[in-house]
Design a protein. Sequence first.
Length: 398
Amino acid sequence: MRAVDVMLVSAAGTSIVMLGVLAPLWRGNMPGVREWFAANAVALIAYPLYSIGWKYHPFLLLEMANVAYGATGILIAAGFRRFFGKSALYRPLFYALGALFALLYYFHYMADLPRARVIAVSLFHAGVTFIIYLTIRSAPKVHASGHPLAFARILVLSILAILIVRIGAEVDSVVAGRMGAAIDWDGLGTLFLALGLMLFPALTLAGAILVTSRLVLIARHEAKTDVLTGAWSRRALLEFAERETERADRTGNPLSLLVLDVDDFKRINDSFGHPVGDTILADLVLRGGTVIRAIDYFCRMGGEEFAVLLPDTDADAAARIAQRMRQKWSEARPSNIQYTVSIGVAQHRKGHGWNALYAAADTALRDAKKGGKNRVVVAPDERPAPNPASKAPGKGAT
């Protein structure tokens, strides 16, 4: 078996492996996976065309195999574009592939110039690879964690560098007057061929790593998110609280907590059913989220109880936020049912830790329930100084 055939078999084997890797990922409907799967399927058509064309007919080798492998590159690029939420660019890329076919045909039948053919193919692949690099470079980290993105960038840049070196070597040959000379497949040409055949399987591997990384990020997010309401979970709140209390102790910035639950929620479930109760909980998070900032943490502690962690916020400001939230909820009528919420407010005291903060806010919540519900109560030692000009508080006041 010739060295070229060995390389083709190895490349085909790699594509088969990548099909096996991508097959289970396909079921997850992850953008880009179908394109990468199709790319390796098309590559399995290109490799035999290279081998058969080498032995029997140059048209299969020079035109058909290179066009099939070019289509592989287009599908790989489309996969990366889809994965990062961008258009696939099929039309301009297939126009470029048509131009490549025309150049290969011309430099084969009109003017037999092997070096020109190599330059045309390498320029096409370099262009496709550069598009992939630009796509990855501009990608936000929400698509995958930092290390897989860095690996993909390095791999794509390495491939691009190899293609540029390949183009440079052939341009030197053209400048030296050897445009029509045959390619030396016993030396550097063999190395470039081997690298070229592994070009797109390697990029598929990078894509599979990115998909796996995103799945891990999604799993981590779902583990920290309440499925019903979309709020952060109790587990997530404990992580946030540990970080924020340490930061508050270090910087001296205020940190406040709201603990709240829906008034008479058991009666709502018993009277109207659990689906209605679920609708109310989801509405609570949706409306409450319009009041708080992006840096705040809205969490479901369990059942109808929620907590809102407010960094850089003192008890006075937290009470005002709680009042705005309470007002929004008391005006809401999901499923034509009105509900109200009681809220306890507490401010972190340096060195007292999360448990003390939560206990203070929870005690304030119980006081709100005892005081008639649909109220905001601030923990006693964190209560804002009274304003002599203000009116006496009524139902729903702090």
